[in-house]
Design a protein around this ligand. Structure first.
Ligand code: FES
Length: 160
């Protein structure tokens, strides 16, 4: 049984057309995104696991991270350091050695926050950087800016 329908007045017709056009646009966008294999905001991003985050203390411009019990406690680990003067990525290379870089991707300035297969990974377009900071996979074409880091008395520190 069908219900009687009211005739479309000019204003309801206009409203109907506007809504139909919005629905068609959304369908088209999601179809394109699905075809590209990603969302409109990350056309070729990465699924690398996010690094653990360490909120690090800053005195002057010196960042200090006590290592015992932290995400950087073991050699081979990596972490994203959140500080009041910016974000950094750190890789614990050995017992008394770590490499620290800015977390700002050299491609389009996203925060490099992933780590997989011993590489830092940018979530925006999938650029990968070695634990030495150099580009392992584009689209980035410049190394991450490095900061000289030291480990002494179980504390990682660097001046930024
Ligand atoms: S901003 Fe594009 S890969 Fe990092």
């Amino acid at each position: 049984m069908s219900e009687p329908t009211a005739p479309l007045t000019p204003s309801t017709r206009r409203e109907f057309c506007a809504r139909a056009c919005q629905a068609a646009s959304l369908a088209a966008i999601s179809g394109v995104a699905a075809a590209c294999g990603g969302s409109p905001t990350s056309p070729s991003g990465s699924n690398a696991p996010a690094m653990p985050i360490i909120n690090a203390a800053v005195a002057g411009r010196v960042v200090s991270v006590p290592l015992a019990g932290s995400a950087l406690a073991a050699s081979g680990s990596a972490a994203l350091l959140q500080t009041s003067i910016g974000a950094f990525v750190a890789a614990r290379i050995a017992e008394n050695s770590a490499n620290v870089f800015t977390a700002v991707c050299t491609h389009q300035s996203c925060t490099v926050s992933g780590f997989q297969n011993n590489r830092f990974v940018c979530p925006c377009h999938g650029s990968q950087f070695t634990t030495g900071g150099s580009v392992a996979n584009g689209p980035a074409n410049r190394a991450l800016q490095q900061f000289t880091a030291t480990i002494a008395d179980g504390v990682l520190s660097f001046s930024a």
